[in-house]
Design a protein around this ligand. Sequence first.
Ligand code: HEM
Length: 483
Amino acid sequence: MFDILTVVMVAVFLLFFGYRPPWLSKKLYEFKPKDVHDIPGPLSLPLLGTSWLFLVGRYHISKIPDYYSELRSRYGPIVKEEALFNVPVISVYEKSDLEKVFRSTGRYPLRPPTEALAQYRRSRPDRYASTGLTNEQGEKWHFLRTSLTTMLTSPKTIQNFLPEMEAIADDWCHLLTKKRDKNGNISNLEELAGKLGLEATCALVLGRRMGFLIEDRVCPVAQRLADTVKVNFAACRDTYFGLPFWKWFPTRSYRHLCESEAAIYELASELIRTADDSTKESAVFQSVLNADIDEREKKSAIVDFLAAGIHTLKNSLLFLLYQVALNPECQEKIIQDDSKAYLKACSMETFRITPTAHALARIIETDLELSGYNVNAGSVVLCQTSLACLNDAYFKQAKKFRPERWLNEEKYETAANAAYLVTPFGYGRRICPGKRYIEQVLPIILDKTVEKFKIRADKVMEVEFEFLLSPKGNVSMNFTDRA
Ligand code: HEM
């Protein structure tokens, strides 16, 4: 009698917590629409969810894209992980699902915030009036977005930057010439690309040439800013994907996050403090200074713009140069094509194959049917765009770098396939406000570099996840003068 009672109680307990034996799910739930609980995924433990996979060393956070690729192969086009306290996080890989998620967003799209960063900013009301444009949600986000980015996203502003960008690209080529060894090799290209990221971002945000590309000029601010932004991204990654003990006590990664945030703030303040006349005339800087918002928001917006641009531009440029270095025939085509269409195609193709932002996160605002499962509003969905871009079902020979797919007759098919997949700057109202600038700056730099040098990559570039996709370790390439 006691045994029967125990079995019944255990069964009720398990059912109460959502466990369904397969035979029961099959028989009784055959006609029930499938919901989030039914989505396949790795074993989830009570409280810990699926984060144990990282704790036991089965996977490493720096290899997140490989992890998601493996989940796709193992579980199919929709996969459920569970964060701490078993909060479901759903990954989608199919175009039809990505389209539904992106198109379902309303007036104020919800992107899950970087919570550790938000916690830090809330702890510093002396510096921050909010958690910032990248982390805020709803009306507050909308207010900041409209107050701060109108000038940054205006085609006219970007058009006016053309001469400046050309000059930056010339300085970049000059720096490459000077930094080569006698065989034309540069073994620390990431450092030079970091300087370019900084110079180009400061030109946009502060309206001022800082001189970071001047040969042998010691730029402690540049180096510290570049190093600190790197630490900041890695700390964001570790606090975002690791267990959130930082909510209760300052873990190592949380301390790194706080220190790097403080350092970026101070370095950016220094750049703002030393603003010269050109900064004061800068359209973007002025639009921020004149915005009708709390004074603290202005400085933190400048800080955020600088931090958002430096590392992303550096990584994207390195990926672009690497692809072109591996494909010498592309370099010849760039030179021969007066229309400059081939240049842009190289940039698009690099963003398709190695986007620095490998996935986009959203909190869905309405119930959606994704790959046959009913997913309720409020769920966190990871749009695995970069993995979808490498799917042969959407792009022929998807892993192959082939800029031609963006040109001539083929371009219509590619553009149609690329919708909702090739989204290196995000999608919808929360799209990156730096997009237009970067889309203009990268082809210009590539153009000048290829015009001057034959580029070769003898060393394989490994990629790691630092919250953004970044080249791992030193990047080495060869730059030989064109005759
Ligand atoms: C290659 C360079 C860059 C890449 C690949 C990139 C990529 C992205 C992506 C993927 C997002 C998320 C969008 C979404 O969730 O839909 C984003 C947001 C953002 N980016 Fe960029 N970005 C770049 C450069 C820049 C630059 C130069 C700036 C500023 C000067 C900037 C400022 C921002 C800001 C403020 C946001 C948050 C927007 C919001 O939530 O409303 N980014 N970026």
